[in-house]
Design a protein around this ligand. Structure first.
Ligand SMILES: NC(=O)c1ccc[n+]([C@@H]2O[C@H](COP(=O)([O-])OP(=O)(O)OC[C@H]3O[C@@H](n4cnc5c(N)ncnc54)[C@H](OP(=O)(O)O)[C@@H]3O)[C@@H](O)[C@H]2O)c1
Length: 262
């Protein structure tokens, strides 16, 4: 019987029979997560565009398989879902993490980048869900996790495009939870802070509370095991930004200027 303090999703006690599909697994957080889950004993299918990198990594683990594809192909999802099911037998958890990041100020707006970012970070997630939700509902079990970002909490300098895509994800994953949790599915919203990956390598500003990709993966695995809905980290920075995002705008904006130095 669930009470106010129960986890919002079913806790995971043992990964050894779990089948996890990670989309965006060729580098950074996705790759570190694949390594952590394989080392915990899970079956993992790795997806991204760079097939050679995925295969080289997967060759080290008997429970790893690869389905390489480009997420923005509008027709691809039904066939890659079938390929992943064929590789592992079924899927218990999918982690959608493929994304692009175009740090942009409002005075250097490039609409082509906006379109590409929304296409990958948001529209491809909807396309995935159009296949995954019926799949998991038919099985009456399973979990869907989306990697968004704590930049979704409030408007931030240079996050004009990226922050908006991740805010969209936060909203859509909340709706997914509302609708799918009562049907027995698990839904997770993963909101990382700054993580050292190829995505952030070109950032020319100080990244507060920056953590490594293996550290980020450990936070995610622990959040999944505990059945959290929102898995945000690192805790201090994520909580501070969340708190700032709840302040009235006349306090929030000056504070954010001070925090970011921008
Ligand atoms: N790093 C951070 O500070 C940070 C903070 C908050 C949230 N996040 C989020 O965490 C997730 C992982 O990011 P990361 O930092 O680990 O970056 P990353 O190392 O650049 O990883 C991005 C992954 O997405 C894949 N990908 C990109 N475009 C794709 C496409 N069209 N089709 C299929 N796969 C595609 C990439 O593989 P291929 O190039 O091989 O396709 C790669 O595996 C993203 O959702 C990101 O927004 C990161």
């Amino acid at each position: 019987m669930r009470n106010l303090w129960s986890p919002l999703n079913q806790p995971i006690h043992d990964w050894r029979e779990k089948r996890v599909w990670i989309v965006g697994a060729s580098s950074g957080i996705g790759l570190a997560l694949a390594k952590a889950l394989l080392e915990a004993g899970a079956y993992v299918t790795l997806s991204a565009r760079r097939e050679a990198e995925l295969r080289e990594f997967a060759a080290q683990y008997p429970k790893a398989s690869v389905v390489a594809f480009d997420c923005i192909d509008p027709q691809i999802w039904p066939s890659v879902l079938d390929a992943t099911v064929a590789a592992m037998g079924h899927i218990d958890l999918v982690i959608l993490g493929a994304a692009r990041y175009d740090p942009t100020n409002s005075w250097e707006l490039n609409v082509e980048q906006v379109e590409k970012s929304f296409e990958l970070n948001v529209v491809s997630v909807y396309r995935a869900l159009a296949c995954l939700v019926p799949y998991f509902l038919a099985r009456q079990s399973g979990g869907i996790a989306c990697i968004a970002s704590i930049s979704a909490y409030t408007g931030l300098p240079r996050a004009l495009i990226y922050g908006a895509t991740k805010a969209a994800l936060n909203n859509l994953v909340e709706t997914l939870y509302f609708e799918l949790a009562p049907k027995g599915l698990n839904v997770y919203l993963i909101n990382p802070g700054f993580v050292e990956t190829p995505m952030t390598a070109a950032n020319d500003f100080r990244m507060p509370s920056l953590i490594s990709a293996p550290r980020a993966a450990a936070h995610i695995v622990s959040g999944l095991e505990r059945g959290q809905f929102e898995i945000n980290f690192p805790k201090g920075f994520a909580s501070a930004l969340r708190l700032v995002s709840r302040l009235p705008y006349r306090l929030r904006f000056p504070l954010l200027h001070k925090m970011t130095g921008l």
